[in-house]
Design a protein around this ligand. Structure first.
Ligand SMILES: [Zn+2]
Length: 281
């Protein structure tokens, strides 16, 4: 497929997208930067700091007022373009809290953008107005501890919390499986019409999709519990058994997710560690 890099795509009235040219095993075709509003705009997830992407955004903005540049979280495929875009447009950078964290162990997802410095941090439930329509902040920690979703009318910009092409990577120490599950449950109780994720196609059946994601994680948890109850196992053995035929580029990420499940199970008193191996408590 020819991905529509650097092109402005109108998705519905007041919602448009520009795809950044940063495809990978974690970003699908790349990061989707959203523009909301018509006369006045907000930019959601400005993306990686690539000159071609910034030029495309500037062209899409076409001289209109940018009221805010909003980041869902600070992985390097989401927030680095915030500062240069703010310089080009004069807009304030608002959204998730800054978070500088060195990934512990092998890199499993995009690393953190330590240069992110918002002009204002948004809190859960906060409301602002873009082009006369409300945008509401929905805090959704789990993928990262600072992750936010943004509700605009009955559409939800879901960042990496819920993606349209793959399950979300949840890697400790910052990724937290219990928080991620709670954040999914928070979305399950909402009545959004559609999700616009940072990667992959829109989600047009949000309730059903979120229930499916919750079910998938509960199945995974059960499977991990069953494997460690048979005999003590280290994480690479659990990954080999639980993810047959996995793309080798995703083995580290899968190990991170298994670790996130194990930490959650350990906190609940269901498993314990013996050196590198895990067993039922
Ligand atoms: Zn991310």
């Amino acid at each position: 497929m020819d991905a529509p890099y650097a092109k402005l795509e109108e998705l519905e009235p007041s919602i448009a997208r520009v795809l950044a040219h940063n495809p990978s095993a974690f970003t699908y075709y790349g990061t989707q930067t959203y523009l909301i509003g018509t006369c006045e705009l907000a930019v959601i997830d400005p993306g990686p700091d690539l000159p071609e992407h910034l030029d495309a955004l500037e062209e899409a903005i076409a001289g209109r007022t940018v009221a805010a540049i909003m980041c869902t979280h600070t992985h390097r495929d989401h927030s680095p373009a915030a500062r240069p875009l703010a310089e080009r447009t004069g807009a304030a950078v608002i959204g998730c809290a800054p978070l500088a964290l060195e990934t512990v162990g092998p890199r499993a997802d995009a690393s953190f953008d330590g240069d992110y410095a918002p002009d204002r941090v948004l809190e859960d439930g906060e409301k602002l107005e873009i082009d006369g329509r409300p945008v509401r902040v929905v805090a959704t920690p789990g993928h990262t501890s600072n992750h936010l979703c943004f509700a605009y009318g009955d559409a939800l910009f879901s960042g990496d919390h819920v993606m349209g092409w793959s399950t979300t990577v949840v890697v400790p120490p910052d990724g937290d499986m219990a928080a991620y599950m709670q954040s999914l449950d928070k979305l399950r109780q909402r009545e959004d019409r559609a999700y616009y994720p940072a990667h992959g196609p829109p989600v047009t059946n949000p309730q059903q999709y979120v229930r499916h994601l919750l079910g998938h994680r509960m199945q995974r948890e059960k499977q991990i519990l069953r494997l460690v109850s048979e005999r003590p196992r280290a994480i690479p053995q659990i990954v080999a058994d639980a993810y047959p035929g996995l793309d080798p580029r995703l083995v580290t990420a899968a190990g991170g997710s298994v670790f996130a499940h194990l930490l959650d199970l350990e906190r609940r008193g269901l498993v314990e560690r013996q050196g590198d191996e895990w067993t039922t408590a």
